[in-house]
Structure formats: structure tokens, C-alpha cells
Design a protein around this ligand. Sequence first.
Ligand code: F6P
Length: 327
Amino acid sequence: MNNINIGVLTSGGDAPGMNACIRAIVRTGIHYNMNIIGIRKGYEGLINNDFYKLNIESVANIIHKGGTILKTARSQDFINTDGMQKSYENLIKNNINVLIAIGGNGTLNGIYKFHNKYEIPVIFIPATIDNNLYGTDITIGYDTAINTVTNIIDKIRDTAESHDRLFFVEVMGKNTGHIAINTGISSGAGTVILPKYHNNLDHLFEHLLKSRRNKSSKIIIISEHNNIGNTFEIAKKVKNHFSSYDIKVTILGHVQRGGKPTCRDRIIASKMGYESIRAIIKNIKNIMIGIINDKIKYSDLNLIINKKKDNVDNIDSVLNMIDILSS
Ligand code: F6P
């Protein structure tokens, strides 16, 4: 397809696998004779006209790298009228025919509003460690993040065990708690506190009361954005009730966003990037490229916008399993 110019940007929190996705977009696009134009720093680059042409070499040796070569930002200016208008003018100036945005919830909302206002054809690719987007089973970066968290908790377990300590480990994941519950399983945690699900500490206290007395070290995972409070406050409340526990808190923070993407993230990122160009060739636009039951799924943006992804399925049963397996 000659004379087609595709703009591509990454926006919001970076996620491991974004580079593999950019690589797939660039190489597939060039294979089909398109021009691929990188936009630096997400929507900020759109506003500031920070565009540059990408070629095969620009994406050499990046498939294994975390972060994003295009850089990213959480742009406050894009959502105001002035920011969107400047972005539109820059897209016209650069002859961009389709804009591909790679990112999370904020990026999706931004691209949707932009498309609705200016009728610019867009494609959205879901990439966030939170895995909190409706319309796809998995987002780019999530698998790496849960592997990172699991590896770190394995290390915490060594020291917890040596000192007979109770550790509260806070993980990211925004409003859905996917990171918390699945790393709860993979790290053999005692229990997990989730957003939108736990409103008090009854479940945790019950767990601590009934768990084996002679098992002195324990790991409890606390998801950020839970309804109860921050992890230090939770630890304090537990200490007030169970004074014999030697309690420590570890906030994992941004380490969860870095590092080499896992094999799974590289695969889904490559597939989503490749499929975004295939969609453009088929003249399918204004969609999110998702993966449902291991198959690529195009979802019309109108059908997924404002829809919320739930916590994991069967949450009671999964929590019960975590309890039983850690007994
Ligand atoms: O959306 C990804 C994420 O890492 C969330 O898990 C977390 O709440 C947030 O971004 C942190 O954002 P920032 O890097 O802007 O502090």
C-alpha cells in the first residue's frame, strides 16, 4: 500500500513488550510499503509535533528490551481542547492517515475522544501491566510484571523464613487486582487483599487466626487501590491485633514495570503489532486489537469504551484455593 503514512505512539505507563510491538508495526508496515512515523512521548509528541520516520534499523535489537524506544508520558494537555486541536493540525501537517496508540486505559480514552472529535482513523493496542482492559484476555506487559513480582516474592520469602516474619507486599494493578491475585497463587502467599472486593480486614484476620501456629513466616499480598487503606496502615492494624508477629512491609513499586519482556509478552506484542497493520490493509479501523481465548480479536472502540474489566473470574473460589494451598 503506497503513500500510506501510519503514526505510532506509546502513552501512559510503559509496559514490557511495547518495543516488540513497535518493531512488529514498523517491519510489517514497511513490508507492505507503508511509511511508519514514530511520535515521541505519547500525546505530548502529537501536541509538540515530535515526529520522526522509523525504518527497519530503528527497531533492530529491541525485541528483548523493556520500556519504549518511543518514550511515553501521561499528558494532561491532550485532553483539553487546545491540545487536541494542535495534535490534529500536526497529524494533517505530517500527512498521517492512521494513528496507532499503544497503552492502557488513559491512552484508550484519549484516542477514542480524539477519533470522535476529528474522525481520524485510529487503532488501539492494549499495553499495561495492570491487565485491566475490557475486550482482551491479556494486555502487553502483564505477563512480565507477574513474573517479576513472583521472582521478587521468592527472594522476600527467603528472608521472611529466616527471621520468622510476616511480610505485607504491595503490588500495582490499579482497580482490578489481576497482578495481586495471580501472584498470590504463583508465590504461595497466605492470602491477598483486592480492590473492589475486600471492604474490611475480616478475611485477613480469619486467615491469620486459623493458619498454622508453627508456620511463623508468611507473605500477604496487598493490591494498590484497595478499599481498606495503604499497606502500612493495614500492617499497623494487624500488629495491634496480633502483637506477636514481627511484621515488615515491602512496596514493590515501579520495579514491576521494568525488565526484559517474557517470551509470552514478546509473542502477544508481535502478534498485536502485526495484526494492526493487517487490519489497516483490510480497511478495518477504529478498533482495539485484543486477544480472546488465544485468538486475535478486533473490537470496535464504541463497544469497549467505558466497559470495565472484572477482577479474575470465580474470585471466591480462587481466594479459597490460595487459603487452602497455603495452609
Ligand atoms: O498503569 C500502570 C501503573 O504502573 C499502575 O499499576 C500504577 O498504579 C501506575 O501505573 C503508576 O503510575 P506512575 O508511573 O505514573 O506513577
